[in-house]
Design a binder for this molecule. Structure first.
Ligand code: NAP
Length: 305
C-alpha cells in the first residue's frame, strides 16, 4: 500500500497541509498543474510557511498530473470550481478504493466528485483554519481552527488520521460532516455577500440587524428542508457572535472580489438558493441577495457562478 499523501493544489490550504505533513516526516507529494508551475516552484526554492511570524522553507517534492506513480490518497486543495477538472487530470492514477479528501468550502462540488469517482472513498473536510498566499508558494498561517472530517453514511475512521496527529494538524472525525458543512455554508451566506455589497468589514454588518434576521430565518428553513435541523438551531446567534469576533476582518468573498478573483458563490449562496427552489421554499431575502450579488459581480466582470 502506497501511503504517500498526494496534494493537488499548492495554494493557501494545500500549502498549509503539505508543509506540516512534510516537516513531520510523513510522505507527501505535491501535484502542480503544468510545467510552468513546476518551473515557478523550483525558482521559489520550495514551499514556505510562516507561522507566528516565523518562516521556514520546505523542499516538498512536486510532480505533474501525468506522473506514473499510483495515487492511494489524494488531498484536493483547489477552489470548489476547479476541483472536478483538477481531479480528472489525475484520475487515471487513482487506485481502486483510494481515498479522496475534499477541502472545498460550500457544498455541491463534493457530491459531484463522489458521484463521478465511485471507485474512491470521498472524505469531506470542513476547515476553519485560515491561510493565505503572500506570494506564489509563500503561505501564511493566519488563523487557528479545526478540520472536521467525515464521510456521509460511513462511520469507520481511516487509519491515516494518525498522520494528522503526527503532523499536528488539528482535526476531528465526525459522523455529521454534512451538518458541519451546511452550518458553515449558512453562516457564509448570511455574512459574506453583505460584506461584498456594502464593501465593508464583518463588524460593519451590525448596522443591518433586520436583514441579517430575515436571512438567518430563511437559511434556517433551507437547512431544515434538507434534514439539517441541528445545523439550523441557534443560527442567528452564531452569525451575530461571529460578526463580533471577526469585526475587523474582511470576509473571504470580500477579499476575492477586491483582488479581482472568482468567488465560490455558486457553492455557497447559489447552493442555498438551488436547495430552496428544489424544496419550493419561499425565501425572498435570499433570492434578492443572490440577484444583487450576481449584478454586482457582472458589473465587475467577475463570474457570477
Ligand atoms: P488558493 O490559495 O487559490 O489555492 C488553490 C490552488 O489550487 C492554487 O494553488 C491553484 O494553482 C491550484 N489548482 C487549481 N487548479 C489546479 C489543477 N488543475 N491542478 C493543480 N492545481 C490546481 O485556494 P485556497 O484558499 O487554498 O482554497 C482552497 C479551498 O479551501 C477553497 O474551497 C476554500 O474555500 C477552502 N478553504 C480555504 C481556507 C483558507 O484559509 N485559505 C479556509 C477554509 C477553506 P495555481 O497556484 O497554479 O493557480
Amino acid at each position: 500500500m502506497n501511503d504517500t499523501w498526494h496534494v493537488l493544489g499548492a495554494g493557501s490550504l494545500g500549502g498549509l497541509w503539505a508543509t506540516r505533513l512534510f516537516r513531520a516526516g510523513v510522505p507527501v507529494q505535491i501535484i502542480l498543474r503544468n510545467p510552468q508551475r513546476l518551473a515557478d516552484y523550483r525558482a521559489a526554492g520550495g514551499l514556505s510557511l510562516t507561522e507566528a511570524g516565523v518562516t521556514a522553507v520546505y523542499p516538498v517534492p512536486v510532480e505533474l498530473p501525468d506522473a506514473a506513480t499510483p495515487i492511494n490518497r489524494l488531498l484536493v486543495a483547489c477552489k470548489a470550481y476547479d476541483a472536478q477538472d483538477a481531479i480528472a487530470e489525475v484520475a487515471p492514477r487513482l487506485v481502486k478504493g483510494s481515498h479522496i479528501l475534499l477541502l472545498q468550502n460550500g457544498l455541491g462540488s463534493q457530491q459531484a466528485i463522489a458521484a463521478r469517482w465511485p471507485g474512491s472513498r470521498c472524505i469531506f473536510v470542513s476547515s476553519t483554519e485560515g491561510a493565505y498566499r503572500q506570494a506564489d508558494f509563500r503561505i501564511v498561517h493566519a488563523g487557528q481552527g479545526q478540520n472536521w472530517l467525515g464521510e456521509p453514511g460511513h462511520r469507520n475512521q481511516p487509519s491515516w488520521l494518525a498522520d494528522l496527529v503526527t503532523a499536528g494538524i488539528p482535526h476531528g472525525w465526525t459522523e455529521d460532516i454534512m451538518g458541519k458543512l451546511w452550518r458553515k455554508l449558512a453562516i457564509n451566506c448570511a455574512i459574506n455577500p453583505l460584506t461584498v455589497l456594502n464593501d465593508c468589514r464583518n463588524g460593519d454588518l451590525r448596522a443591518f440587524p433586520e436583514q441579517l434576521h430575515r436571512l438567518c430565518n430563511e437559511l434556517a428553513e433551507v437547512l431544515k428542508a434538507t434534514n439539517q435541523r441541528d445545523a439550523a438551531r441557534g443560527l442567528e446567534d452564531e452569525v451575530l457572535s461571529i460578526i463580533e469576533a471577526t469585526a475587523n476582518n474582511y470576509s473571504s468573498m470580500h477579499q476575492d472580489v477586491r483582488n479581482g478573483r472568482r468567488t465560490e458563490v455558486s457553492f455557497l449562496l447559489g447552493q442555498a438558493c438551488r436547495t430552496a427552489e428544489q424544496h419550493d421554499l419561499h425565501v425572498p431575502a435570499l433570492f434578492s441577495l443572490q440577484q444583487q450579488l450576481q449584478a454586482f459581480l457582472h458589473a465587475r466582470r467577475l463570474p457570477a457562478d
